[in-house]
Design a protein around this ligand. Sequence first.
Ligand SMILES: NC(=O)C1=CN([C@@H]2O[C@H](COP(=O)(O)OP(=O)(O)OC[C@H]3O[C@@H](n4cnc5c(N)ncnc54)[C@H](O)[C@@H]3O)[C@@H](O)[C@H]2O)C=CC1
Ligand SMILES: CC(C)CCC[C@@H](C)[C@H]1CC[C@H]2C3=C(CC[C@]12C)[C@@]1(C)CCC(=O)C[C@@H]1CC3
Length: 346
Amino acid sequence: MATHLRSVGKKCTVIGGSGFLGQHMVEQLLEKGYMVNVFDIQKRFENDRVQFFLGDLCDKEALLPALQGVSVAFHCASPAPSSDNRELFYKVNFMGTKAVIEACKEAGVQKLVLTSSASVVFEGTDIKNGSEDLPYAKNPIDYYTETKILQEKEVLSANDPCNNFFTTAIRPHGIFGPRDPQLVPILIQAAKSGKMKFIIGDGKNLVDFTYVENVVHGHILAAENLQKDSPLCGKAFHITNDEPVPFWAFMSRILTGLNYDPPKYHIPYWLAYYLALFLSLVLWLLSPLVTIKPTFTLMRVALAGTFHYYSCERAKRDMGYKPVVSLDEAIDRTLQSYPHLRQAKA
Ligand SMILES: NC(=O)C1=CN([C@@H]2O[C@H](COP(=O)(O)OP(=O)(O)OC[C@H]3O[C@@H](n4cnc5c(N)ncnc54)[C@H](O)[C@@H]3O)[C@@H](O)[C@H]2O)C=CC1
Ligand SMILES: CC(C)CCC[C@@H](C)[C@H]1CC[C@H]2C3=C(CC[C@]12C)[C@@]1(C)CCC(=O)C[C@@H]1CC3
């Protein structure tokens, strides 16, 4: 049966629905005939077909009204990785996710789909075609990753078929597309300030960048296939474009597509890593006096200088996933969506 026919009359809530991924989720869910509630601490768009609930997800009582009569909750809220605030990550990603689970159970929501991250297994060393069976990172590089691990464990272990409550986690990697506040804007900001001169490593490291519509497609398939005795229950799934690409070729394509010069000099990965480590120590020492956000964080350097691409065979097998937008098309659409970041030609 066509996906949109199966979903008619279904009501869902997108927690974090005002965010980059959340807004794309809302658009595709509406297109597929879902009734959509959004729960978020901020309202960032207007849509008459959406019911908004403003609140902090750490507050179970605030969540409950947004979950009444809902069969699926998508949890894609998180503080931005760049906020680097340990307490906030712990409070929202871990304690807040516990509140989401409790609220779902109390409101009678049957399915909870978490947006996790493939970075839960990443420790700064190469991962090639990694499967979901890789162990969680023992030494996560940053607090964001540390709390995404705690969050994913919490959601997967809450799967409880006896009480008609089913959970699953989607692990996307490097989401990009129109309205993304991170990847393209941070890259262009770095280029504008003359920081994009160097390729970290030999430039051959393959990485997954995943178009936002493919990530949404994976979430909706997960919700529709999550049911009693399905292989999705209590399990995590990589969702990628299934077209790993050299990190620096991808960055160069975005830069040149917006009329910026691509980086051309090379710096060894180990040197960039230790420079970023040294910088993070200096900034930590200075933190009581001044807050500075570095462009080259340890995590970004690790992501830029290593292989990290993942197999999405499990999602193909268990939920019939296949990317719906190719990487070429995705890059073109993304470049067209940022006219304000395009540099005028000299
Ligand atoms: N952007 C990426 O490359 C990747 C993102 N992810 C995950 O995807 C999810 C969505 O990420 P993005 O859309 O990129 O982030 P985003 O920052 O655009 O959206 C997050 C949303 O969560 C909301 N939020 C934050 N704290 C909240 C709270 N206490 N209560 C209610 N709402 C709150 C924010 O207001 C925002 O609207 C996150 O869980 C993130 O960890 C995973 C892998 C890669
Ligand atoms: C300054 C340059 C070295 C890099 C500029 C681009 C980066 C801002 C992005 C390249 C890979 C991205 C990425 C994420 C954020 C933005 C990048 C670092 C995540 C950390 C977002 C949250 C996740 O769950 C994993 C992502 C991996 C890839």
